[in-house]
Design a protein around this ligand. Sequence first.
Ligand code: NAP
Length: 311
Amino acid sequence: MAAIILDGTKIAGQIRAEVAEEVRALAAAGMRPGLAVVLVGHNPASEVYVRGKVKACEEVGIYSEKHTPSEHCTTAELLELVARLNQRDEIDGILVQLPLPPQVDAKKVLLAVDPAKDVDGFHPMNVGLLSTQRPGLVPCTPAGILEILKRSNIAIAGQEAVVVGRSDIVGKPVAMLLINGNATVTVCHSKTRDLPGVCRRADILIAAIGRAGMVTREFVKPGATVIDVGMNQVTDRAEFDRLFAGNAKREETFRTKGSTLVGDVHPEVAQVAGAITPVPGGVGPLTIAMLMANTVRAAKLRRGSGDLAKV
Ligand code: NAP
């Protein structure tokens, strides 16, 4: 039987509507959450992401401002900008769009963001709060994955979860969220032995690898829930045929655009899995929705208590 498709666009829409409602309630109480986005230089992909984030803010009623230092800026200049944003009370969230140019010490800049305004959840303070199950700011994509599972009524407690990928942005924090949700979690990476065999143990399989269609049907226990985080552009004809042979709609996209977006999970997995997120339209839309939710959360935590760690 074909898998249930977990509609990320629909779930993200629900979250955005809830956030908009919260923003209205806060506004009535005299508080408007604010997000500052720092976009350095002219990376085309980053420009697209930042446009999406600013537009999402407008839609839910969050105040936003964009800072665009030149691609030649120094670490010291960025530290100064972050320090100014840290001090401004009307700014609740600070997002430094990555990647930063090579001359900038990105780790130093991210560490300078006030943890209470760290809406990406990358600051070691927030990483520590998550791993010790204290209230903090959780990275957006992993938080979005948990929303998909919860809002689709997929049980987490007691389930075997396997996460492929151990990045600080996706793999590690999603593993931590699943542990906190009482799943039994295995984290895999490029040195894992018998990856298909380990993945086949999973009731919930999370693929955050960055390799087009790597997870094939032999990785998946029949009926498992599969969350595909990958976003890969396929431009090679042979690779396209391996993934989408016979798919007329994809064929049309590939012919007109010369590429198509694919996750880390091969489309054939939809015939084995119990539930699966599509690409596009699965995890992707949740990332911006959770950024909006995090900004409102940061406003409430910070302006309510003054100190994230003590909430
Ligand atoms: P990353 O930092 O490159 O990490 C990839 C992970 O996959 C690493 O832990 C790596 O293992 C592991 N890996 C690579 N090849 C492997 C293999 N052959 N077998 C087993 N494990 C392997 O990537 P990321 O930032 O986590 O992103 C992962 C994917 O998610 C990318 O496609 C990215 O575009 C996408 N993404 C999507 C969203 C969204 O909003 N939908 C957000 C963030 C990322 P090692 O640690 O051993 O190298």
